[in-house]
Design a protein around this ligand. Structure first.
Ligand code: CMX
Length: 437
């Protein structure tokens, strides 16, 4: 991987100077003013972070290093021309801002397999966890347990120049990304299958290997996993999992601690846990409304169920977004995937029907800023279709894919020598005074 490091350093040294110059020469340039409601509603819309891997436009959705999801699907190397892009290529793009060749992507696949062996104590710690503990508890515990391997932490302890932080961070990030699917697949095997560990296949790419280690070996599931990893990989810097990873990393905590923090944020119902909630909610709805004789009757029953969810003070999972103001292009990518490869699946049909029914109801509330579906509204129905029915595991899958973007960003955080994150906070008195109340 020396050539990746050399490229990274070349770009990094140039960009690091730009960041330095922005701080020293243009530090007092005003970006925007901040309103009270922005502070009190989760810092929405306040530009407070530097993130290079991706950018979220409220009206057009995510771009990865400037490329939309359809462009990514078209431009990144694939196993077959009509297939889905390889995750290795996406990581390469996040890291180096270049579309890699298939040869470069294959080298990364081999590198990740070569780094994928878990330390013995990590397996033992996973084996010691009760099966009653949530998959995300097991996942984040295993990530923390892997911190014994941190090359960054060791180098830092031994006295590391800050301009070299990126180097051992890159090494940790590569190890971590290589091992996350192994950890996740083992959690899956222990919780839902025979508990036997399936080793990675050195001939498979990262996403396909994840499916393989979970026990799914077909070109169709490999293709699904490649698409799944791609759509969940990054969503600029302010979302909870990305921001938590960055924030903890800013204290120079090692990449394992940083990513574990991100995963604990992903586990929340307003973030990545929503992908399980969508399936839970649909199943509960189906149980309550039963079968219908006509589509009209079914629509009326679903509508009533959606209204009941809202009136009981709950959110409709998979709908709404803190930034997006349109249907999430990641939802659309999955819908197109289903149109292409999935024939007449009743759960997928229900998800499509909900897309018709839910937004007008949410819109009619008059308070929700975005009534459209997000990435989580579709993903579960696809996994179910391909036989991965254990929906309590779905957030772990989201967690594996999110590593591609936020850990590439962590390398850049260290390359730029970004300092400790420390915004200020104010008391209620301050806001009352500002408002004159
Ligand atoms: N169903 C019902 N009400 C909703 C809603 C939904 N899906 N989404 C938002 N609202 C409500 C909010 O609860 C809020 O109500 P109050 O003013 O009474 O508190 C109001 O609409 C305004 O909220 P908002 O500004 O539009 O949304 P936020 O930026 O505060 O929150 C999000 C965004 C995603 C947390 C929210 O839309 C939500 O809870 N959605 C459902 C959970 C979900 O799908 N999360 C996954 C997001 C994608 C991801 O990170 O994976």
């Amino acid at each position: 991987m020396e050539y990746i490091k050399q490229k990274l350093l070349k770009k990094g040294e140039e960009e690091r100077l730009v960041v330095k110059r922005l701080i020293s020469e243009f530090g007092s340039t005003v970006l925007e003013s901040v309103n009270i409601d922005q502070v009190l509603t989760g810092m929405k819309g306040i530009t407070g972070l530097l993130t290079v891997t991706s950018k979220l436009n409220p009206n057009t959705g995510i771009t990865y290093r400037g490329y939309t999801i359809p462009e990514i699907q078209q431009k990144l190397p694939k196993v077959r021309p009509e297939g889905e892009p390889l995750s290795e290529g996406l990581f390469y793009l996040f890291l180096l801002n270049e579309i890699p060749t298939k040869v470069e992507v294959d080298a990364l696949s081999r590198e990740w397999v070569s780094r994928s062996e878990l330390p013995e104590h990590v397996m033992e710690i996973m084996d010691a966890m009760p099966l009653t503990s949530k998959p995300m508890t097991q996942f984040s515990t295993a990530i923390l347990a892997m911190a014994t391997e941190s090359k960054f932490q060791k180098a830092h302890r031994d006295g590391l120049h800050k301009n070299d932080y990126w180097n051992t961070t890159f090494e940790d990030v590569m190890d971590l990304i290589a091992r996350l699917p192994v950890v996740a697949a083992y959690i899956y095997r222990r919780n839902y299958k025979d508990g036997k560990f399936i080793p990675p296949d050195p001939n498979l790419d990262w996403a396909a290997n994840f499916a393989h280690m979970m026990g799914y070996d077909s070109d169709e599931v490999y293709r699904l996993f490649r698409m799944y990893m791609m759509v969940h990989a990054d969503h600029e810097g302010g979302n909870v999992s990305a921001h938590a990873t960055h924030l903890v990393g800013s204290a120079l905590s090692n990449p394992y601690y940083s990513y574990a923090a991100g995963m604990l944020g992903l586990a929340g119902p307003l973030h990545g846990y929503a992908n399980q909630e969508v399936i839970n909610w649909i199943f509960e709805m189906q149980e309550e409304i039963g079968t219908s004789d006509t589509e009209e009757e079914e629509r009326a029953k679903i509508e009533a169920y959606v209204r009941k969810t809202i009136s009981s003070g709950q959110v409709v999972p998979g709908y709404g977004h803190a930034v997006l103001r349109v249907t999430d292009p990641r939802f659309i990518a999955q819908q197109l995937f289903a149109q292409k490869y999935v024939e007449n699946d009743s759960l997928v049909n229900t998800v499509n029907l909900l897309y018709d029914i839910v937004p007008p109801i949410l819109q009619s509330l008059g308070k929700i800023k975005n009534p459209w579906p997000n990435v989580d509204a579709f993903s579960g129905s696809l996994l179910m279709h391909y036989g991965i029915k254990e929906h309590f595991f779905y957030t772990v899958m989201f967690g594996v894919s999110r590593s591609l973007g936020v850990l590439a960003q962590l390398v850049w955080d260290r390359m730029y020598n970004l300092p400790l994150e420390r915004p200020s906070s104010e008391t209620l008195e301050f806001f009352k005074q500002k408002a004159g109340i």
